[in-house]
Design a protein around this ligand. Structure first.
Ligand code: KET
Length: 525
């Protein structure tokens, strides 16, 4: 496996006290970033490229666990702060050296959207469901569960235990693994309540960094949800990528993925999106999942870590969307699963999710749970009550559960209908290119293939807000906004070259911008 290091130099003076060697090139060239800056002003960046992917390696000169952990955190924090240009000169402050950080590539889109005074603006950045009227949705079942909770005078606001509400944990494990799961019956599953998907991933990462007996390296797909690239290095787990998306076919690079997994060291961890891969909307077929499982379980000994943020959103069926996870758990092997109720119950701001660790024996499970508590207690002590209470009420009441499934299917169906409407609108406009992938991709997002410059153009000229990697949240679209989006895409594709020429002419750094565009040209059709 070859490793090369890419270093970009900076003209910035007064370098951050926090040295970095971790900034992924991928973040500049592909992932969404609200504030972009010319290559010439980018700070010192070292990127280790392995195979097709990027490796985030903490500075490891000190191997004592505590210190290594701290160094990892500092390096990753430096990565964030380094990616900015500071003009602060307030020398009286002990924090004068702190540099302005860029906005988050996904949540920062909403910040930019909120600042735009145009009434025509459309936010397709963050993956959050909107109604046909463009409004956030609180599910009826959630309202009903909340009314029950408020009316129940026996409930109180005491602290929960460190691992959360026991019934919530049990029901969450059953939801993802199936109520007849042998692993649950054999008491090999430990589930702890988490702060939505992100918090559950983070607790899982921290636990792996402290206790995993295999390789403390996690392989994530390229591309992946951008926060994975921060959560795991900050947890103290080295993060590398495996090939996943093929821009030419706009489908899965199955051969590349299998090859990269075969080349991973035995004992490494593999992050898998349970369904509705973010950002690409490309999932393996059942046959391909079986091939992946065989490499992970039989050819190698790798540990699968599932991120399940969209159960029910991909197909409209909770069981269908849990199929891949169940294949891996029913084979008797060990696994981690982070679940989120943000999307499928619309509980975004309640921060409710779960981490399940599936091990090989009941006694190991008990010991793992005791150590998970030691990860959680100093991090946030114990989780919040309200969201988990809502989920428990819905999952334990047969009628509410059935009603939830209907509402979930309605959301999934509306997203699918948006796919058809957008596809038809582009066809009607005879927009150059093949747009079939809008129909074929799965889940909340379409990975359009539009490049960064086209996206910037659409935001500037058409007030369409989306991530710079060309991802559109289909859940944010409505019949009213489809024509506006189709017009924007059409004009970005058709007029892009003339727009680019004008843009380049205005820029004093013509050559470096051209070089950037070349790097990204594989995302253009
Ligand atoms: N995993 C994946 C794959 C994911 O897309 C998200 C959220 C999460 C985990 C975490 O969600 P949580 O709210 O912590 O349960 N993604 C959307 C929101 C975000 O970036 O925070 C998004 O991609 O827009």
């Amino acid at each position: 496996m070859s490793i090369s290091t890419v270093a970009l130099s900076t003209k910035l003076s007064g370098a951050s006290l926090l040295e970095t060697s971790l900034l992924p090139k991928q973040n500049f060239s592909r992932s969404s970033r609200v504030a972009s800056f010319p290559a010439a002003s980018r700070p010192n960046v070292g990127v280790q490229v392995r195979n097709n992917g990027v490796s985030f390696t903490p500075a490891q000169s000190d191997s004592s666990p505590g210190k290594l952990h701290r160094r990892t955190r500092m390096s990753a924090v430096a990565k964030e702060s380094d990616a900015s240009v500071s003009t602060t000169t307030d020398s009286g402050s002990s924090f004068a050296h702190v540099q302005q950080a860029p906005e988050d590539p996904i949540l920062g889109i909403t910040v930019a959207y909120n600042k735009d005074p145009s009434p025509a603006k459309v936010n397709l950045g963050v993956g959050a469901y909107r109604t046909e009227e463009g409004k956030p949705l609180v599910l009826n079942v959630v309202r009903k569960a909340e009314q029950q909770i408020v009316a129940d005078k026996s409930r109180n606001k005491e602290y929960l235990g460190i691992t959360g509400i026991p019934s919530f944990n049990k029901l969450s494990a059953q939801l993802i693994l199936g109520s007849d799961s042998p692993a649950i019956a054999e008491k090999r599953v430990v589930t702890v309540q988490g702060l939505s998907g992100t918090g559950s991933l983070r607790v899982g990462g921290e636990f792996l960094a402290r206790h995993y007996g295999g390789q403390k390296i996690i392989y994530v797909p390229s591309p992946t949800w951008g926060n994975h690239l921060k959560i795991f290095p900050l947890s103290g787990v080295e993060t590398r990528t495996y090939r996943y998306f093929d821009p030419k076919t706009k489908g899965l690079d199955y051969e590349g993925m299998i090859e990269d997994l075969r080349n991973a060291p035995n004992g490494a961890v593999v992050l898998l999106h349970a369904c509705a891969h973010n950002p690409t909307g490309v999932d393996p077929s059942q046959e391909q999942w079986e091939g992946i499982r065989r490499v992970i379980r039989e050819e190698k000994q790798l540990l699968p870590f599932f991120d399940s943020a969209y159960q029910g959103f991909a197909s409209g069926s909770l069981d269908t969307d849990a199929w891949a996870v169940r294949q891996f758990v029913n084979d008797g092997g060990e696994a981690f699963i982070a679940q989120s109720y943000a999307k499928n119950m619309g509980l975004y701001g309640e921060r409710v999710g779960a981490l399940s660790v599936i091990v090989k024996g009941a006694e190991v499970a008990t010991r793992v749970e005791s150590q998970l508590k030691l990860v959680i207690r100093p991090m946030y002590s114990n989780p919040p009550t309200h969201g988990a209470a809502i989920v428990s009420v819905i999952l334990s009441d047969k009628d509410l559960f059935e009603e939830w499934k209907v509402e979930l299917k309605d959301m999934a169906d509306r997203i699918i209908s948006m796919r058809h409407q957008l596809f038809d609108a582009l066809k009607e406009r005879k927009t150059p290119g093949n747009w079939e992938h809008i129909l074929n991709q799965i889940g909340m997002f379409t990975f359009t293939g539009l490049n960064k410059q086209q996206v910037e153009y659409m935001t500037r000229e058409h007030h369409i807000y989306m991530t710079l990697d060309g991802r559109i949240s289909m859940a944010g679209l409505s019949s009213r906004t489809v024509p506006q989006l189709a017009d924007a895409i059409h004009s970005a594709v058709v007029n892009f070259s003339s727009y680019m020429l004008k843009w380049f002419a205005r820029s004093s750094k013509i050559e470096s911008k051209l070089a950037n565009t070349e790097n990204e040209s594989h995302y253009q059709r």
